[in-house]
Write a protein that binds this ligand. Sequence first.
Ligand SMILES: Cc1ncc(COP(=O)(O)O)c(C=O)c1O
Length: 402
Amino acid sequence: MSSENFSENFQFTNPPGWNMVWRMTAASSSQKDIPAGMIDLGIGQPSPWLLPTETIARAAAHCSSHPGRMLLSYGTEQGDRSFRAALSGFLEEIYAMPVEPAGLLVTNGASQAIDLICTLFSQAGDTIFVEEPTYFLARKIFADHRLKPIALPMDADGLIIDAMEEELGRSRPAFVYTIPTYHNPTSVCLSAGRREQMAELSRRYDLTVVADEVYHPLAYTSVPPPPLARYCASAKIISLGSFSKILAPGLRLGWLQAAPATIGHMVQCGLLDSGGGVNPFTSGVVRSAMELGLLNQNLALLKDTYSRRMQAMCAALRRRLPESVQFADPAGGFFIWLALAEGMDAGGLLSKAIERNVEFMPGFKFSSRQGLKNFLRLSFAYYDTPDLLEGVERLAAVIAEG
Ligand SMILES: Cc1ncc(COP(=O)(O)O)c(C=O)c1O
């Protein structure tokens, strides 16, 4: 089913001028303001028209029609029990494996989960292992906690586990932070074999591995290997998920999956003791969205839309960019990672790009050792295909000028 048909059936609309509305409101929120006429291919968040207002309205009406007074009280520290039961059913389908509600902890989103893990599993001055490149805003959270990232190399199969084992011979990190599936920014997937190796190292070195798996459900052209969540019971893996990527970031709702003993430790923290479980009311609404089948419908719409955009954008990049620019078509997620010719500087190119009304994320932002200068990240999550194609035209002109 095309996204257009899908939109009609589920009354998702793309109102004329939505871009303009977003631009006008963006300045007053934490969003970056996008100047009129600019196509910012660096934005890694859903188009406003993909934010499912009607789905949420239906789910909220359903949730409110049930006696749910407790949703307005402090919630249990681990997160609402019925919500976790519904979430485990959803994850069992996506992950094709059993998921116990007892192994789930409700979070405010993956960002808060990372922050909480830093609080509970590290101390200022500790080293942690991250991928090079890694999610640039996780780098900021690590900096908030005064952690020292050691950057480990990746290749087309994800984090190079042999390099990690070698590094373990030199230092013991508080934890490893990895994005195994449809990585941000490279979109690479850690191979199934390396996932096994990762779990093995976690067991052997008693090493906490934080697997940020927020893009796992957004698979377009391949089925990813089983999530690292698979090893939660047999290794020290904490797997993160989020409704930001599959429903709406404004819900501020996510989860983490870990061994019940780890969850038992986490729920005793001051934050949950004082505030209670995270977001009981929103959990109730999202539980309704799951029970009514609305989450699955939304996910199907997103996958269809993103997959079409990704294919159109990759084809345009292949047509318009010189052969010296390399990239792999992503099989899921939000991002395309471009390698410019060695010696080129994406940061320098960005100022020229802005003059031509196109932007991107320069690679150095994702580097923990001030490298990756000739890389840049594009996203197809925010704009519809015509704008993406126009953005590629502008980018190609900038790259051609050097
Ligand atoms: C890898 C990764 N982790 C976490 C997040 C943030 O997730 P949340 O909105 O659940 O805090 C993002 C958003 O871009 C991301 O790309």
